[in-house]
Design a binder for this molecule. Structure first.
Ligand SMILES: [Zn+2]
Length: 214
């Protein structure tokens, strides 16, 4: 008999994190709402541990925060999540990485992935090399959409979920039963985001140092 999803799935070690269709449906709804209201949302994920996989099945909303922050409570569950409203990236800030390490459990960020056109337009205006990668990416996506290899809805929504482990390692949340193409696209999108996320974290660190001195 399958175990019921729990708010406290065992997360010891560094399992592969995958999400079911209902998990990604919840993520899409929450990121859309977060973007329309322009505030970060937070809560706990439901899931079960299956061997080396952590299978996430649903998201429960616990708190509505501000445009750039929301506080989280470890009592909610062992895998917590928060949103980054568009056009912010589904990438971790320096504060997020520290929160994951402090809580000792994986932390999820939900937002728009590197293949979201709004995101790419924004990124192109702001960044150097990753933006070139990103603009190549959007052409690739448009080609794939025209050739019918990906549903157009993916381009419109572009939802992505990322997980940060207490060690600081960051990985995409893959789709349970995802096709090899889907996995390849998720990985490519994740590469774009992690480059942008790294640039963002460098700025965060610099800013913290400047504030520390001032
Ligand atoms: Zn965050």
């Amino acid at each position: 008999m399958a175990r019921a999803p729990s708010r406290h799935p065992t997360t010891l070690g560094r399992p592969t994190v995958v999400g079911t269709q209902s998990f990604f449906d919840d993520a899409r709804e929450l990121v859309l709402r977060s973007t329309l209201d322009n505030r970060e949302l937070a809560g706990a994920a439901l899931g079960v541990r299956e061997g080396e996989q952590l299978v996430l099945t649903a998201l429960e909303l616990e708190r509505e925060g501000q445009p750039n922050r929301v506080s989280m409570d470890p009592d909610w569950g062992s895998v917590l999540w928060h949103t980054h409203p568009g056009p912010h990236f589904a990438a971790f800030s320096q504060q997020d990485v520290r929160a994951a390490s402090h809580m000792g459990n994986p932390l999820l960020v939900l937002g728009y992935g590197g293949h979201s056109p709004d995101l790419l337009t924004y990124a192109t205006g702001v960044f150097g090399t990753p933006a070139i990668v990103a603009s190549l990416g959007v052409k690739g996506w448009l080609w794939l959409e025209r050739s019918g290899q990906v549903p157009p809805a993916l381009l419109k929504r572009g939802i992505a979920a990322r997980v940060c482990f207490p060690t600081g390692a960051i990985e995409p949340v893959h789709r349970l039963h995802g096709t090899p193409l889907r996995r390849a696209l998720d990985t490519a999108s994740f590469q774009v985001d992690s480059n942008l996320g790294q640039a963002g974290r460098q700025l965060d660190r610099l800013w913290m140092r400047v504030r520390g001195k001032g």
